[in-house]
Design a protein around this ligand. Structure first.
Ligand code: HEM
Ligand SMILES: C[C@H]1O[C@@H](n2cnc3c(N)ncnc32)[C@H](O)[C@@H]1O
Ligand code: SF4
Length: 384
């Protein structure tokens, strides 16, 4: 399928020639913007702890448009309109065309349950280039239980059918947990069967409501297993597969390619060869429903507030973003790992499970060469 517009954002370090408007500041590739936190579902893992009622402090239409005006100053980012449930925001079909008119590429992250024929037509007309729909199990019982509302599975699939009829490309987003790991392959096949352009997996981050289901996080060994399956699935499908919140995938991809004698380059791996596991603060950022800028939606660090500081200035100068762009500020094995530039570890998990966003990724089995040379006690700790 020809998909000229929705580029897979690449890691700025791979593009030293990419001139930035702010000297050393890398261009923004992707912004996830939580335009509302209200939502009609009640998912067990929701980072936003979203509920149906309106949230105070959401940006007004005028504030939202003024924010959009500043996006082109940061590069040419893809804007992900997310939530909460973005379709619950009343002015969504005013904001998307406004952003399109500025030349911005726009996509939407939705649970899909509210998309009927009329909504699908409006989405198409607004200029949204792709929708992600979250599917967390291969059938109604597994999905609905996790998403907190009976009928959610059928409603999401019906929404997808309407998008297809309206000619809107879609991708499936799936959050991997202990509960659905046994059905991983089935969800992959479901995504293929219904014609998804891509399958993006999210690995549970214990934040928001996700904190209460920490025991559902797969362990480091299971991560290796899932990401190795993911690598193998790649060879069998034309869907684009992307591991989000599982930055170790980009290490595993290189380890497997080396074993198989395949070079990691654009010819063999497309843009996966150019991107990085965690782009938070280097090519990606998140803007909350109230205008707080964060490295990602799962890491609630206050990197600046767009109501008081211009968004491009936050992207250029936030101390947290500057730290995330500097390998020497990373602690533990992530700081010395030879895969640092292609992985980076999940900063949100480091924050919620190890106490600080610059600590090492807690769920990685890999022992970097620099650590392997140290005393056995260190190695034990790394393995634990
Ligand atoms: C093209 C359509 C796409 C859609 C609709 C989409 C949708 C989403 C959504 C809904 C989120 C979650 C934001 C949140 O609510 O916290 C997200 C996060 C993210 N996506 Fe995508 N995405 C798309 C493409 C891509 C591509 C091509 C990449 C390639 C690198 C990508 C990388 C990411 C990253 C890094 C995050 C952040 C996850 C985090 O916060 O750690 N996305 N995406
Ligand atoms: C954008 C994607 O993020 C997922 N999502 C929401 N909350 C969490 C969390 N705590 N951990 C991982 N993924 C999450 C949604 O289910 C959606 O599919
Ligand atoms: S994960 Fe998405 S669909 Fe589920 S409650 Fe949160 S915002 Fe709503």
């Amino acid at each position: 399928m020809h998909r000229p517009e929705i580029m897979h954002p690449t890691h700025p370090a791979s593009h030293p020639h990419n001139a930035s408007p702010h000297g050393q500041t890398p261009p923004l590739r992707l912004i996830a913007w939580e335009i509302t936190r209200s939502c009609n579902l009640a998912c067990q893992h929701c980072r936003a702890e979203a509920h149906e009622e309106p949230y105070p402090g959401e940006l007004s239409t005028a504030e939202a448009k003024a924010l959009i005006d500043t996006f082109p100053e940061t590069g040419n980012p893809v804007i992900i309109f997310t939530g909460g449930e973005p379709l619950m925001r009343k002015d969504i079909f005013e904001l998307v065309p406004y952003a399109r008119a500025k030349g911005l590429r726009c996509v939407m992250g939705t649970n899909g349950t509210r998309i009927d024929a009329d909504m699908a037509a409006r989405i198409k007309e607004s200029g949204i280039q792709r929708c992600s729909i979250s599917i967390d199990g291969p059938d109604a019982p597994s999905h609905d239980d996790f998403r907190g509302v009976p009928g959610a599975f059928e409603a999401s699939l019906a929404g997808i059918e309407e998008l297809k009829k309206a000619g809107v490309e879609f991708q499936i987003n799936t959050t991997v947990t202990k509960h659905n790991m046994p059905f991983f392959k089935k969800v992959f096949h479901l995504a293929e069967d219904i014609g998804a352009a891509a399958w993006h997996i999210f690995l549970l981050v214990p934040t928001g409501r996700g904190d209460a289901i920490r025991n559902e996080i797969i362990n480091a060994q299971e991560y290796e297993e899932v990401l190795n399956w993911f690598y193998d699935f790649r060879k069998t499908t034309s869907m684009h597969l992307k591991a989000t919140c599982a930055p170790h995938y980009y290490r595993i991809m290189r380890q497997r390619a080396r074993e198989e004698g395949i070079k990691v380059n654009m010819d063999n791996f497309g843009l996966d060869a150019m991107t990085r596991g965690c782009l938070g603060g280097t090519g990606f950022c998140f803007i909350s429903h109230t205008g707080q800028v964060q490295p990602c939606g799962f890491l609630e660090l206050d990197c600046g507030q767009i109501k008081t500081t211009r968004f491009p200035d936050i992207w250029t100068s936030s101390p947290q973003f500057l730290a995330l762009r500097d390998q020497s500020s990373y602690e533990g094995k992530c700081g010395v790992c030879e895969y640092h530039k292609v992985c980076g570890g999940c900063r949100a998990r480091a924050h919620t499970m190890k106490g600080h966003y610059l600590k090492e990724e807690p769920l990685c089995t890999y022992i970097p060469r620099a650590v392997d040379n140290q005393a056995p006690t260190d190695k034990q700790e790394e393995k634990g």
